[in-house]
Design a protein around this ligand. Structure first.
Ligand code: ADP
Ligand code: MG
Length: 224
């Protein structure tokens, strides 16, 4: 579904990604963990074309959706317009079909009553569920999340993790950068531990979390 080979990226001479290679199969969940500044967001931004790599290959099948840490909803659009705008304008799909699908997504997110609300009227957890609905409305083949819960209070984090867990149960292909270690361990098929621009550890959750890699142990120790 997604294949990255030999990805390199520098900013002003600082090598942020050094020869990153990874693969995600259809229906698989890849969890990306690692300290702040290790290159996780840059990796997602290169994979989704928001950033131009300096070298390497990125191949994926179909289309992708992206969910950011800070929701990135359009503040002057209603919930419904946030979800339906791109499918109608970019994908040129019929308004009726897109609205019906958006209502089904809102129901799935438990937010049917928020159709006409504006982002500022919603909690962070609700805004993030809308931004997931917006990504899903494009019918993506793969969904990327960059720390989807880090802007949320702990009590709102659980509702987002549940939505992502449900998507995993439906075999949605996902790449998730997260600081939620228990979540990563439980939901991911494959984990990558990034450190200073390289993949320092890669494998199943059991392999990565059970590893004796010093940097990994230090990282997990700091999270407490
Ligand atoms: P992470 O998401 O793991 O915290 P990032 O990918 O955001 O790490 O950043 C990795 C490194 O790249 C950091 O040193 C950061 O300052 C640098 N960086 C990221 N984006 C830019 C940019 N647009 N311009 C310059 N430096 C950047
Ligand atoms: Mg980041």
């Amino acid at each position: 579904m997604l294949e990255i080979r030999g990805l390199k990226k520098s900013f002003d001479g600082l090598e942020v990604l050094k020869d990153i290679s990874l693969q995600v199969r259809q229906g698989e969940v890849l969890g990306i963990i690692g300290p702040s500044g290790s290159g996780k967001s840059t990796l997602l931004r290169c994979a989704t074309g928001l950033e131009t790599p300096d070298g390497g290959e990125i191949r994926y099948e179909g289309t992708f959706g992206l969910v950011f840490q800070n929701f990135n909803l359009f503040p002057h659009y209603s919930v419904m317009k946030n979800i339906t705008d791109a499918p109608i304008k970019v994908q040129k799909r019929s308004r009726e079909e897109v609205f019906a699908e958006a209502r089904a997504l809102l129901a799935k997110m438990g937010l049917s009553d928020k159709e006409d609300a504006y982002p500022y009227q919603l909690s962070g957890g609700q805004q993030q569920r809308i931004s997931i609905a917006r990504a899903l409305a494009m019918n993506p083949d793969i969904l990327f999340f960059d720390e989807p819960t880090s802007a949320l209070d702990p009590e709102l984090t659980g509702e987002i993790l549940k939505v992502i867990r449900d998507l995993a149960a439906e075999h949605m292909t996902m790449v998730i950068v997260t600081h939620e270690m228990n979540f990563a361990r439980n939901v991911a098929d494959q984990i990558i531990f990034m450190d200073k621009g390289v993949i320092a550890q890669q494998g199943t959750p059991e392999e990565v979390f059970g590893s004796s890699n010093e940097r990994m142990k230090e990282f997990l120790g700091k999270l407490g």
